[in-house]
Design a protein around this ligand. Structure first.
Ligand code: ZN
Length: 492
């Protein structure tokens, strides 16, 4: 007779299989599916989602969870994760889930129309309802200090608004003045990174660099998508996507970013496959890895000391760019209106603006109708620019229309953690920049795999950060690193 835990695993392997089938459908939809497939695809996905949800939240799952007696540390960790997910999946009444799902599809269409016609007012009633639903969800999830805590916890277990505020206050104090100072300096010319770049050549080059840093193409592949993402069908099959644009950096840094996510996913041990322990543990820690490979590695001078000659071979038009010019070009800082196009330095300001606005709307300090004024004032304050319209302002992101409220801060946590983990790594393996200058990425990847990737979801995010770096999330390493880098680039 299998034990309760074994029976639970078998049951959840089925839930997992259904989720993975949804993931495959979604990957296909975002990469290759013709437009005509969207209606029936939506049916298929919602059918499978319903089946997975019903199987998961069934009383049988609950009784197996209650009866399970973990024997090893891994069992214990697995059961903890299962309980948490079960708890999250059963917190909301079906009526609320249904209303949110209905409202999301209406909101999406309204958001598209409002953005196209630059008419925020038309979106106010629906967006207000979406924030009310978020408030209801937060009450159902429960919190002690701040309403935001409940929502954020869904994406970043254990993190709170107070953690975010501490982090953002530190980022704001150092980064905002530096950005404003850089804005006064002559602009770096990176116009030579724009052009018509042969797509097969870009594909080959990005696959080469992604492979060099350690992404395993035996257990993954890279395809093209309008909005790049990384997704996982299992430990043995991780999918990256990238996009080819007139800006050459789009494909290069997009590929490195997604490969960082992908390598974290590929690092789970095979024994975690088809269990709730597989994959990255939280959005913030996931983003720390995409940012590590995109920025700390991919935007370093050492990385390009190896790969610039190869890029110049692929695109001879770049032959007259020396390493210094190239390095300055790819690290150009320019306050801009659009988050997804922001550079490494200004990105956090975009995120912090969304965090502050979400908090204020949730607590009632700001009404949705007054969002554009608040948004524009903050862009002026932190980035020195004002959106000419709401389409390029508070209507730019899709997230709120989907009811994804409370997760923007995980992007900045990822930036901060990338440096914090990097510094912890350097204490053990020595100067990482020297390794990169020799083209040794395997030592870096090996350390991350050993100390972080192989743990999958075994440790809660805050526990993993502590275990990895010896301290909780702390922006000091990030601020020291990033200000030194950009002061040197801009001679400040
Ligand atoms: Zn990412």
């Amino acid at each position: 007779m299998p034990t309760a835990l074994e029976q639970l695993r078998l049951r959840l392997a089925d839930v997992h299989a259904l989720h993975n089938a949804i993931t495959v459908l979604d990957w296909d939809q975002q990469t290759y599916m013709p437009e005509g497939g969207s209606e029936s695809r939506a049916e298929h996905t919602s059918c499978l989602s319903r089946m997975a949800h019903e199987l998961f939240v069934d009383d049988k799952t609950k009784s197996l969870i209650d009866a399970a007696s973990p024997e090893t540390d891994i069992d214990q960790a697995e059961l903890r994760v299962i309980k948490r997910r079960f708890d999250l999946a059963t917190k909301f009444p079906a009526s609320l889930v249904a209303e949110k799902s209905r409202l999301s599809s209406i909101a999406h269409n309204e958001w598209v129309a409002a953005r196209a016609s630059n008419n925020f007012k038309s979106f106010v009633p629906t967006l207000s309802r979406m924030f009310e639903i978020a408030r209801e969800e937060a009450e159902l999830l429960g919190y002690t200090d701040h309403i935001y805590d409940a929502l954020l916890d869904q994406y970043e277990e254990g993190s709170t608004a107070a953690d975010c505020r501490r982090m953002f206050d530190a980022l704001k104090a150092e980064q905002a003045p530096l950005i404003l100072a850089i804005k006064e300096l002559p602009e770096v010319d990176d116009s030579w990174l724009y052009g018509e770049w042969d797509i097969p050549t870009q594909r080959k080059f990005t696959e080469t660099i992604v492979k060099e840093i350690g992404f395993d193409f035996e257990r993954g592949r890279q395809d093209e998508a309008p909005h790049p993402f990384c997704t996982t069908f299992g430990v043995g099959d991780v999918r990256l996507t990238t996009r080819y644009k007139p800006y050459l950096g789009s494909a290069i840094f997009g590929s490195l970013h997604e490969a960082g996510h992908g390598m974290y996913e590929q690092g789970s041990p095979a024994s975690f496959d088809r269990t709730f322990l597989q994959g990255g543990v939280s959005l913030g820690l996931h983003e720390s890895q995409s940012r590590t490979w995109e920025n700390l590695v991919g935007r370093s001078r050492e990385f390009w000391s190896i790969f610039l000659p190869k890029l110049q071979q692929a695109f001879p038009v770049l032959a007259n760019k020396d390493l210094d010019t190239f390095y300055r070009g790819i690290n150009k800082v320019e306050p801009s209106l659009i988050r997804v196009e922001a550079d490494e330095m200004t990105y956090n300001m975009h995120v912090l603006i969304r965090f502050e606005i979400e908090c204020d709307v949730l607590t009632g300090a700001l009404e949705v109708k007054d969002m554009p004024e608040a948004w524009n004032a903050k862009y002026q304050q932190y980035l020195g620019i004002t959106p000419p319209n709401d389409a390029q302002g508070c209507l730019q992101d899709v997230h709120w229309s989907m009811g994804s409220i409370g997760y923007f801060p995980t992007y900045s946590m990822g930036n901060v953690l990338s440096y914090q983990i990097w510094n912890a790594m350097e204490k053990e393996i020595g100067n990482v920049h020297e390794l990169m200058a020799k083209g040794d990425f395997a030592t870096i990847h090996g350390w991350l795999r050993e100390n972080m990737y192989q743990h999958g979801c075994r440790y809660a995010p805050k526990e993993l950060v502590l275990k990895l770096t010896g301290k909780p999330l702390d922006p000091t390493d990030y601020l020291t690193g990033i200000t030194a880098k950009y002061r040197a680039i801009y001679g400040l």
